[in-house]
Design a protein around this ligand. Structure first.
Ligand SMILES: C[S@@+](CC[C@H](N)C(=O)[O-])C[C@H]1O[C@@H](n2cnc3c(N)ncnc32)[C@H](O)[C@@H]1O
Ligand code: SF4
Length: 452
């Protein structure tokens, strides 16, 4: 590692590719296809279930996720009622032979729900959708203040195997600067409660690149996290996106302007964070994800978001068949989000039997998605797997892109024959490499999207 290299020549932080195509490439579906037909010919013996909870106690300054602040009286119950209606309609459309092999509750903050509401959420997954939560991996996202002992007890009792806690920073001043109002003492208390609840896998999310963060304070946060021996750690580079609290506050608009100094700072923090975790025996799974030695592979968020056969419930959830990716409308602005949640809770069951917003997948998009989902994993991709699925070689399908990546030193020249694997610098540039694999059509749709 040479930290005195000149500034990066390619913008390393363009977009986090956790799902392809991005929701901003979805459009209203004029025909509103029936889910029954969409799912008829799909393999349904190992589906993933995702339940989205669009509520948080606060709106963090960096967050552009689909979530609203708090819930007025009755809205959570109305939301669970709507989820139940949607579960009934979707389950019927999937048919008798649907089986779930994994489940996740995400958000927003699923633990915004109180203990009894979480019981009901689990019932919707089990009785409404037929997922056997005690038998399949179940991953749940939480924030420190909402990870209370009674809610964790419900989640542990219903079979949660992975609890992901958004910590972001163990330094109070950095949490404040990211507009994430929390204190270290609260975070430590939440971590103790999670360990006490006995959920097998603890994941901690941390962010680097926050204003005021230095290599020393970053190391301090990493060490504070390591003290809990989390089975997984996710290290996220800070993104400041339009319409978020930080995006509105800052004159700097990294989407439009290239802030090379900030890019270099994030790259430096990434490299030092990565090296620190590797020195502690953690295995790097992707640019963001690290797994403790001996920890079970849970198929973390990076991967789960990319699988086919995903059934999402809730107004921010995506669903994927091989032919169509679909969801409800998407927004970042708080007023727009409130409108979409209100609209969702008012829907009758019949409305949930059809897809509404989405993007049809072509053969070319499926190839791009497969390449993206595998090459951004540290272990890389077997050419043979790609060939078995598509009948061609990735080098035939993406000659220019792969040549460019090799030229930039992003491919590992020592990868085993027949394996395409990123070099450490390639992994560090995942958020630049990924977007280069987007199709012209997806790029154009994303650029034309009117963010609200
Ligand atoms: C769904 S959120 C976490 C769940 C929970 N609501 C919480 O915040 O504690 C997933 C993670 O993505 C990361 N994240 C979200 N927006 C980000 C941004 N703009 N820049 C960097 N990381 C971000 C944060 O680390 C966050 O914990
Ligand atoms: S980061 Fe988490 S708690 Fe904060 S607003 Fe986003 S989803 Fe909610």
């Amino acid at each position: 590692m040479n930290i005195s290299t000149p500034g990066p020549t390619v913008r390393p932080y363009q977009s986090y590719v956790y799902a392809y195509p991005h929701k901003t490439a979805y459009r209203p579906l004029a025909e509103r296809p029936a889910l029954r037909e969409l799912w008829a010919a799909e393999p349904k013996d190992a589906l993933s279930l995702y339940l989205h909870i669009p509520f948080c106690e606060v709106r963090c300054g960096f967050c552009n996720l689909f979530t609203r602040i708090g819930a007025p009286e009755g809205l959570v119950t109305a939301y669970l009622d709507a989820l139940e209606r949607q579960a009934g309609a979707v389950r019927e459309a999937l048919g008798e032979d649907a089986r779930f092999a994994a489940a996740a509750f995400g958000g927003g903050t699923p633990t915004f729900l109180e203990a009894a509401e979480l019981e009901r959420l689990c019932d919707i997954a089990e009785k409404g959708m037929g997922a056997d939560l005690a038998a399949v991996p179940l991953s749940v996202e939480a924030s420190p203040a909402t990870a209370t002992a009674d809610r964790l007890a419900v989640l542990a009792g219903r079979g949660t195997t992975r609890l992901s806690l958004g910590v972001q920073s163990f330094v109070d001043a950095e949490a404040r600067s990211a507009v994430r109002p929390q204190r270290r003492a609260e975070v430590e208390a939440a971590l103790a409660r999670i360990r006490e609840a006995g959920i097998p896998v603890l994941n901690i999310d941390l962010i680097y690149g926050i204003d005021g963060q230095t290599e020393d304070t970053w190391r301090h946060s990493l060490d504070a996290a390591l003290a809990w021996r989390p089975e997984e750690l996710y290290l996220y580079p800070l993104y400041v996106r339009p319409l978020t609290g930080l995006g509105r506050k800052e004159a700097r608009a990294p989407e439009a302007q290239w802030d090379a100094e900030w890019d270099e700072r994030r790259l430096r923090l990434y490299r030092s964070g990565r090296d620190h975790l590797l020195a502690h025996g953690y295995e790097q799974v992707s640019m963001r994800m690290f797994r403790a030695p001996g920890a079970p592979a849970t198929g973390g968020e990076d991967h789960a978001c990319q699988t086919d056969g995903m059934v999402g419930l809730g107004c921010g959830a995506r669903s994927y068949t091989s032919a169509l990716h679909y969801s409800f409308d998407y927004a970042v602005d708080m007023r727009e989000i409130r409108g979409i949640v209100d609209d969702y809770v008012s829907r009758p069951a019949a409305d949930f039997a059809r897809a509404e917003h989405g993007r049809w997948m072509t053969g070319d998009e499926a190839r791009r998605r497969h390449l993206l989902q595998s090459v951004l994993q540290a272990e890389g991709m077997e050419h043979a797997e790609y060939r078995a699925r598509f009948g061609t070689d990735p080098a035939e399908d993406f000659p220019a892109e792969l040549a460019r990546f090799a030229e930039r030193g992003w491919l590992d020249p020592d990868a085993a024959p027949g394996r395409l694997r990123l070099s450490p610098e390639g992994l560090a540039h995942s958020d630049a490499l990924g977007p280069e694999l987007f199709s012209p059509a997806v790029r154009a749709a994303m650029a034309a999207y009117d963010l609200k």
